[in-house]
Design a protein around this ligand. Structure first.
Ligand SMILES: [Zn+2]
Length: 381
């Protein structure tokens, strides 16, 4: 009897295995790999539909970051770029390839809600390389639709469902523990002042106050993202006028300015105006523009042989930390503002060349620009 029971159990396992465990890892129609020990669905058909929906999303997500048939549609209104973290995630700067990192579906995790699952995705580089290359491990939610197909949404809402929300003037703060109202009021005033500077009405900001980059990454859906362990304060301004602050503070002026900076020119010129305005009006890494200019002046006095324009064009980092773009951009935007006001940007809106733009607004030719910048920096002692 015992033997018969054992045989029945064995047969039941074999049958179950053969029904529920089709090996999709060899399916070449899928643009992602499947982890070998994934917990798939008992319902084979449902599982296949989920894989097809995920495949559809991963195949089309880079075509447009503001609409996708496989993503829950209401999220586009709310966040503008709801899968911004996955947009272009395949790109490797080091290997100069836009299709370097490839996705693997690591796991499907049940949630407390019926027909809603967490999908754990890993983006990794080719295993033919000698070095290990993991770009990120990221979670999204799959929601079964009435027609049986699946759509996806970000983990952000679920991950911050228990967080507090308080609106102070133009800013809605979303935070876990406590809010410093005084600082929040100051930030609101600053937002209004920045808007005045750019001659527009103040933007309504959604502000996630996180303790550190690890907490920030987690609420967005990351299990692993190198930045979360590299950055020590930081944060980011994202689409939908959303700030993710990792400095445990209500105060993040640099990121506020990014919502207002005019889209001037292209390439280096655009970067100079964007980061320059943000640094000029909001400082960076907790320091004012004056402090940053002092450090930069000191650095170029110490190393007079260094070519400041070469450093600017090649993303050189002063003392291995701050890119030259920030102080030089901050200085240039300050000089434009002092000479012409922010109206000065209108004179270079359609310029593409950085040096021609600077000659037009500041009257300095490219061959004299390095000396000019070093002389201006020398004022900050
Ligand atoms: Zn910035």
């Amino acid at each position: 009897m015992k033997q018969l029971l054992g045989l029945t159990l064995f047969l039941a396992l074999v049958i179950n295995f053969s029904i529920g465990q089709t090996d999709y890892s060899k399916d070449t129609s899928l643009v992602f790999k499947i982890n070998y020990n994934i917990q798939s669905f008992d319902d084979e058909n449902d599982y296949r539909i989920l894989l097809n929906s995920l495949n559809g999303f991963l195949k089309t997500k880079n075509q447009c970051d503001t609409s996708n048939a496989y993503w829950v549609q209401s999220e586009f209104k709310k966040y503008k770029y709801p899968y911004g973290d996955l947009f272009g995630i395949e790109y490797s700067r080091k290997y100069k390839s836009s299709n370097f990192y490839k996705p693997t579906l690591l796991q499907i995790i049940n949630t407390e809600i019926t027909n809603q699952y967490i999908l754990k995705l890993a983006y990794t580089g080719p295993d033919t390389l000698k070095e290990s290359t993991i770009r990120a491990i990221y979670n999204i939610i799959a929601v079964k639709q009435s027609d049986g197909s699946y759509q996806f949404k970000s983990m952000l809402v679920e991950n911050t469902a228990c967080w507090n929300r308080t609106t102070i003037g133009t800013i809605t703060y979303i935070y876990k523990d406590n809010l410093n109202r005084e600082l929040a009021e100051q930030a609101n005033q600053l937002n209004i002042e920045i808007a005045k500077k750019f001659n527009v009405t103040p933007i309504s900001i959604v502000y996630y106050k996180c303790k550190n980059p690890i907490e920030l990454a987690r609420i967005k859906g990351y299990d692993y993202w190198p930045w979360m362990y590299i950055d020590t304060t930081g944060g980011r301004a994202e689409g939908g006028n959303t700030i993710f602050a990792a400095n445990n503070s209500e105060w993040f002026p640099h990121e506020f300015v990014h919502f207002y900076t005019p889209e001037v020119g292209m390439g280096l010129l655009r970067q100079i105006i964007d980061e320059g305005c943000a640094t000029y009006l909001g400082g960076t890494v907790g320091k004012s523009v004056e402090e940053i200019l002092k450090t930069t002046n000191y650095f170029y006095k110490k190393y007079p042989e260094r070519d400041i324009l070469y450093d600017l064009e090649n993303n050189y980092r002063i003392n291995g930390k701050m890119e030259v773009l920030y102080p030089v951009g901050g200085l240039i935007c300050k000089l434009i503002d002092e000479k012409l006001g922010f109206e000065g940007f209108k004179q270079i809106y359609y310029e593409t060349d950085f040096y021609k733009a600077i000659e037009r607004v500041l009257g300095v030719k490219k061959e004299n620009l390095a000396d000019f910048l070093k002389n201006e920096l020398a004022r900050y002692k």
